[in-house]
Design a protein around this ligand. Structure first.
Ligand code: GLA
Length: 356
């Protein structure tokens, strides 16, 4: 859980990092578990130093990176940076190909805790496992515990080798601030849900909550699907301008508890009896998954306003019985053999079903 500046277009600078860290504390985001302040592409100078080291852009980092990392650590937070497995980043800054060992040591020496590793300026397919494993080994030998976020956009079926290589891996091309983008990413979740587990997760890309392109209902579905599918939750909005409604969503501790559940099992599609099976590239309305206190059931009004109902007997693993439940967005609670939600277009209900 954290922040990344790319989706909002904020500069990749010390000022952006410190403003986000301050907002994490003042808005209560740190208190509910958001921790990483990650700075994306364009943070460095266009050239490496004479000894080959990456150099922070002095205009964006007037006191260097270490000073910022130290300040962020002092606030009880962590700091992340971005690099690329090819010869250059997507925006044309130095890539790490051939410099993996040196760059991993530089990150460790600066006090960096998270490394997002991109896939531009490298052969398009068939080589990413080798490139990403080289950096995985370099980080492991760097002397610092650094979260490794692979960003190869789902190439080379990354989910099949992700868990042994990294902490998370992007499964798609870039998210945009539109419902169609949310649908396109979420509708493919089924094929790789089973490959994630504690320590390694499918990354659906940074959140667009608070960036203005989604309705409030769509933001609930976007955040909810990312959360129950166990994607990293990296806030992509400018926290100095975020609306009260979007902030309240990001602070929903019931949804966060599902995302951070110790079992680390992604929720996936299921089909209640009598309902249509999932259709490729369409967002299926019915999601479920095990959590340590029972089960989560997600209902998404993907094709328009509707009432969606599920008998517990139809939920894989949960089975017939009378259980108590809580809906995470309305705080409604109940006990019974089924749940039901009347939802506006693209809205979502998330039920935590107690089977402890
Ligand atoms: C790629 C990544 C994005 C972002 C940009 C930066 O497109 O997938 O998440 O990091 O590069 O240039």
């Amino acid at each position: 859980m954290g922040f990344n500046n790319w989706n909002s277009g904020l500069p990749s600078s010390a000022a952006t990092a410190i403003a986000a860290a301050n907002a994490f504390v003042s808005l209560g985001l740190k208190a509910v578990g958001y921790e990483y302040i990650n700075i994306d592409d364009t943070w460095s100078s266009k050239s490496r130093g004479s000894d080959g080291t990456l150099v922070p852009d002095p205009n964006k980092w007037p006191n260097g990176i270490t000073a910022v990392a130290t300040e962020i650590h002092g606030m009880g937070l962590k700091m992340g940076l971005y690099g690329d497995s090819g010869t250059g980043t997507c925006s044309g800054y130095p890539g790490s190909q051939g410099y993996e060992t040196q760059d991993a040591k530089t990150l460790a020496s600066w006090g960096i805790d998270f490394w997002k590793y991109d896939n531009c300026n490298a052969p398009t397919s068939g080589t990413s496992q080798t490139r990403y494993t080289t950096m995985s080994n370099a980080l492991a030998a760097s002397g610092r515990d650094i979260y490794y976020a692979m960003c190869n956009w789902g190439d080379d079926s990354v989910w099949t080798w992700g868990l042994k290589t990294a902490n998370s891996w992007r499964v798609s091309s870039d998210v945009t601030d539109k419902w169609s983008s949310i649908v396109s990413i979420a509708s493919n979740a089924q094929s790789y849900a089973s490959y994630a587990g504690p320590g390694g997760f499918n990354d659906f890309d940074m959140l667009e909550v608070g960036n203005g392109g989604l309705t409030t209902a769509e933001e609930r579905a976007h955040f909810g699907i990312w959360a129950i599918a166990k994607s990293p939750l990296l806030i992509g909005a400018d926290l100095t301008k975020i609306s009260k409604a979007s902030l309240a969503l990001l602070l929903n501790t019931d949804v966060i508890s599902i995302n951070q559940d110790s079992l680390g099992i992604p929720a996936a599609y299921f089909t209640p009896s009598g309902k249509s099976a999932p259709v490729p590239n369409q967002l299926h309305p019915y999601w479920s998954g095990r959590i340590s206190t029972g089960y989560v059931i997600g209902l998404v009004a993907s094709s328009g306003a509707s009432t969606l109902s599920v008998n517990f007997a139809d939920v894989p693993g949960l089975g017939a019985g009378t259980y108590s439940w809580k809906e995470c967005y309305t705080n409604a609670t109940g006990t019974g053999t089924s749940v039901s939600a009347t939802l506006g277009a693209h809205d979502m209900a998330i039920f935590k079903v107690d089977k402890s």
